[in-house]
Design a protein around this ligand. Sequence first.
Ligand SMILES: O=C(O)CCC(=O)C(=O)O
Length: 279
Amino acid sequence: MPLRAEQIDDYERDGFLVLENFVDDEACDRLRARAEELVRDFDPEGLVSIFSTQEQTRTSDDYFLESGDKIRFFFEENAFHPDGTLRQSKEQSINKIGHALHDLDPVFDGFSRTPKIKQLVSDLGIDDPLLLQSMYIFKQPRIGGEVTCHHDATFLYTEPLRLVGLWFALEDATIENGCLWAIPGGHKLGLKSRFVRAEAGGTRFEVIDPMPWPEERLQPLEVKQGTMIVLHGLLPHLSRENRSSKSRQAYTLHVIDAAANYPASNWLQRSAELPLRGF
Ligand SMILES: O=C(O)CCC(=O)C(=O)O
């Protein structure tokens, strides 16, 4: 069903849209089960690539930089004891899987490429969509890390900016287990920074506007499983730590418009073997 005019107005005013019951429980369960299988089959031997948006330089290793067209696993920052052993089971230590699940895994492909999502993206004015990035985010019980305030355009910049983030709640998301928070209307504040590949290797932030985010304007987006939150590429949002005993699993998909330029300086790049595709 196409978006109603008032929903498009809300999206343009607030920079986000909360669509309850967008996916059914069966689809959520299927995706959760597939993620569980992928983690079960993942052998972490020799790999300690810890993801934290607080300290991006740490992740500027090849494993992260080459993950744009792969299925790769990133640990929670607090997953390890000082001696390098895991605090919790492997299954409860992974922060996220990224960044090409939607192109490389049939179950994720099927979840991501539906007529309903295609219609929604078209309603939001993305005429020639390309599915750029996917992430499965676990927000693990007790050690689920904070994602500091940012907008997605910092990481997935296009000229002009044509970026939509789709965030699917695969479990109920509450303040307690680390739901999203967003600044309504904050997408009108303009681009703050870009996360780019550094000339000397690795990555760096290119700061455009050093003003801090008006975090006092953040509002929690507590949602039920099956809800999809649409995020404008410039919308400031975050999620806090999860200290609760429940995970808060979510799947995100980022869509750009083929008509916009995707700079070679963006951190996330694809090899010629796996070009971006639409729906
Ligand atoms: O799911 C989360 O905790 C944060 C996700 C997020 O901010 C993003 O994907 O940009």
